[in-house]
Design a protein around this ligand. Structure first.
Ligand SMILES: Nc1ncnc2c1ncn2[C@@H]1O[C@H](COP(=O)(O)OP(=O)(O)O)[C@@H](O)[C@H]1O
Ligand SMILES: [Mg+2]
Length: 356
């Protein structure tokens, strides 16, 4: 017999990507219409799960098909579901998933990957903040075409808004040509301010562009709040991979879980003949990820337009570029997928690391 209860019972097996719990547990199955010919359901997902909408839809459809093989029409619709984002850590930040984007050294495209990842998640429907923690070489203002000075409001730093995305960077505090010597406590306090004293609002994802190499910013962050994981960016050639291995070791040392590795500049897409040239080789990062037992999240080729957009401050336009957007979206999807998988395996709220 097909009735509401039997449909609910089938949908118990579908897990909410955000909480890792059955979607039937928190009123996410919002409507069920069923008779002998049709089963129609609508499932509510939060904006955090937006990148995984299709997965949930396919999964639910498949389950219902298996359970009710004689029903002609099975239709699963995904609709919006609201859920308050809890504060994480002890710093008052309301954010579901904090993602650190790091690399072993500069110039491999870490800021480019962080920025494109942020734009892609936003395009998919998530609420995203972008924090430039590369205090030594802040490039998020340049890549996103954002200028100005951070203002305070009600004792909180007001992030800059670019394409509706809140952005914070040390580049909005000191002139671009000025050198700062960062001492430990100063570094710690700047990073703390960016997290604790900034009016981020409610976020699904906070993407943090980390400084290359050294672990001090990573350590500060890991003490401030639970970080869902790190994305390590590297280029395919051997000398670069060695640095990436160090970055992986650094994140492991400060107990930030690894979401995976992105291979950037993995092949040049030539505009003249549409051929691909593997200038730095290719597949090296995938192999490195495999060796280090961490997921490979995808590759990003080199294109002239990406470099130009970086220089012009129009990185967001990559997401409308049919040549490059699929690569970026694939990485963003993989990041969301891995975070959901982590949550499913350990659905309890992550514990804040002990300050030491
Ligand atoms: N896939 C790519 N295709 C073209 N240019 C890229 C690509 N990735 C990065 N770049 C360019 O390379 C330079 C360094 O990238 P950036 O993201 O600032 O590196 P990092 O943050 O690792 O120092 C920038 O000019 C950027 O626009
Ligand atoms: Mg950078």
């Amino acid at each position: 017999m097909i009735d509401q209860a039997s449909v609910q019972s089938v949908l118990k097996a579908v897990l909410d990507p955000e909480t890792g719990r059955p979607i039937t547990q928190s009123n996410q199955v919002q409507e069920i219409t069923c008779d002998a010919d049709q089963v129609r359901v609508s499932i509510g997902l939060t904006s955090h799960s937006a990148p995984l909408k299709q997965d949930v839809q396919e999964q639910a459809t498949e389950r219902l098909r298996l359970a009710f093989p004689d029903v002609a029409t099975i239709s699963v619709q995904i609709v919006a579901h609201q859920r308050i984002v809890p504060q994480i850590g002890q710093v008052g930040l309301r954010c579901r998933s904090v993602i650190a984007v790091g690399s072993g050294k500069g110039g491999v495209g870490k800021s480019t990957v962080a920025t494109n990842l942020a734009y892609s998640l936003k395009k998919m429907g998530c609420r995203v903040g972008l924090m430039d923690a590369d205090v030594y070489g802040p490039s998020i203002p340049q890549l996103t075409g954002t200028a100005g000075h951070l203002q305070q409001e009600d004792g909180k730093i007001k992030p800059m808004l670019q394409d509706g995305m809140p952005i914070v960077s040390i580049g909005f505090m000191v002139p671009a040509d000025q050198a700062i010597i960062w001492r430990g406590p100063m570094l710690h306090s700047a990073i703390t301010q960016f997290i604790r004293d900034t009016a981020w609002g409610e976020l699904d994802y906070l993407i943090i562009d980390m400084p290359p190499g050294t672990g001090d910013v990573a350590l500060t962050l890991s003490q401030l709040l639970p970080i869902s994981g790190a994305v390590v960016v590297c280029t395919p050639q051997k000398v670069a991979l060695l640095d990436a291995v160090k970055a992986v070791a650094m994140f492991r040392k400060v107990k930030i879980p690894l979401i995976g590795v992105v291979e950037n500049m993995s092949g040049f897409l030539c505009p003249d003949n549409h051929k691909r040239y593997d200038i730095f080789g290719s597949g090296g990062a995938r192999q490195m990820a495999e060796d280090a037992n961490i997921p490979f999240l995808g590759e990003l080729p080199i294109t002239i337009q990406m470099r130009e957009r970086g220089d012009e401050g129009t990185t967001g336009e990559n997401l409308q570029d049919p040549q490059i957007a699929p690569y970026i979206d694939r990485i963003a999807y993989q990041v969301a997928r891995r975070i959901a998988d982590q949550t499913r395996l350990a659905p309890a709220t992550p514990q804040l690391p002990v300050l030491g």
